[in-house]
Design a protein around this ligand. Sequence first.
Ligand code: UDP
Length: 355
Amino acid sequence: MRILVVGGAGYVGSTSVETLVAAGHHVTVYDNLTTGHRDAVIDGPRLVVGQIGDRGHLEHVLREDRIDAVLHCAAKSLVSESMADPGLYYRNNVAGGVALLEAMKATGVTRLVFSSTAAVYGEPRRVPIAEADRTEPINPYGATKLAFEGAMRWFAASHGFRAISLRYFNVAGATEANGEDHDPETHLIPLVLNVAAGDASHVQIFGQDYPTPDGTCIRDFVHVRDLGNGHLLALEATGEGDPSLEVYNLGSAAGFSVREVVEAARKVTGRAIPARPLKRRVGDPPVLVASSRRARRELGWTPRHSSLEQMLTDAWRWQVAHPRGYDDRAPSEAQRSTGPADSQQRNVAASVAAT
Ligand code: UDP
C-alpha cells in the first residue's frame, strides 16, 4: 500500500511510520514540523513539509505519490493549550482536517485512519469505557477531535470513504529510533524520567485523595509500538467493505495509578525519583480505562508491549540515548527532504516488529 502519514514526524506518527515501513508499505510523510522533528522520520520515506490546511499542496502530494490510504496524526493535542486558544484547535484540527478530507475526495483517495483520543468521552460514566458510550468532551481538544470524526462520518456517507477512528488514552514508550520529545513536556512518564535523569528535582503528584486504592489517578497506558500496529491493522481493514466510519478504542485495559508509575520508574531506572503531593489538577477524572474488546475482536489487535515495565524501560533507554531529545541527532535532512517520490523504501525499521 502507498500511505501518506500526515503528522508523520511527531511522536505517534513517526513510530507508526516505522511499523508501516517494516510491514513493507511505501510511506510518504507530510508534516509542518511545528511539533514534529525532521530527524524523527527514518531513512526511506519522503518528507514533505506542508500545512494540513493547504488543500492544494495535499492534492499535489496525493497525486504525485499515487497514495492509496491516509493515516492522519496531525492534530494539536494539548488540553491546556486548547483551553487557552480554542481557535487554534478549531483551525488546525477541524478546518485543517476538512482540507485533508477534500483533498482526498478530489484525488479519489477514500481510505483514512484517524489518530483520535479518549478525550472525546469527557468524564466517563463508567469504566472501562466502550466506543458506544456518551461523548461529551470537556475541552476544545476533545471537542475538535470529535468534530473531525463527525466530518469523517459524512465523507463516508456522501463520498464513499472507508474510515477508521482510533481513540486512545495515554501513550508511552519508544522505539529504537524515536521517542517522546515535547516542548513543553506535560505528560507523567517523561516528567518522571526527567527527574530520574537529574533534570528536575522531584515529581509533582496531582491529587492524593481520589477514590482509587492509593488515592492517585488511574490511567490506561499503551505502548507506542502497539499503537503503530493498531494503525497498520486499521489501514489494512479499510481495504474492503461498505463505506463507513468505524470507531475503536486502543488501550491496554489495565490501568496504572500515578503512584504505581513512579514506583515502577524507580525500579526500572534505579534512581530515587523524589515525589511531592500537590493539589488535584483541574479536569482530571479519577479513572480513565478503555475497553479495547472491539479492536481485539474485529481488527485482531493485541497489545504486546504495554506492560508498565516495558514502556518505562523503552522510554528510559531512549531518554538516556537522547538526553536533549532530537537536538542530539546529526543533521541528515537534506537527502530525505529532496529524495524522489518513488525512491526505494529501505527497511531500516527492523526493530519495529509488525506483530
Ligand atoms: N500527573 C501528575 N504529575 C505530573 C503530570 C501528570 O500527577 O507532573 C498525573 C495527572 O494528574 C494524571 C496522570 O498523571 O492523573 C496522567 O497525566 P498526563 O498529563 O500524563 O496525561 P493525561 O491523562 O492528562 O492525558
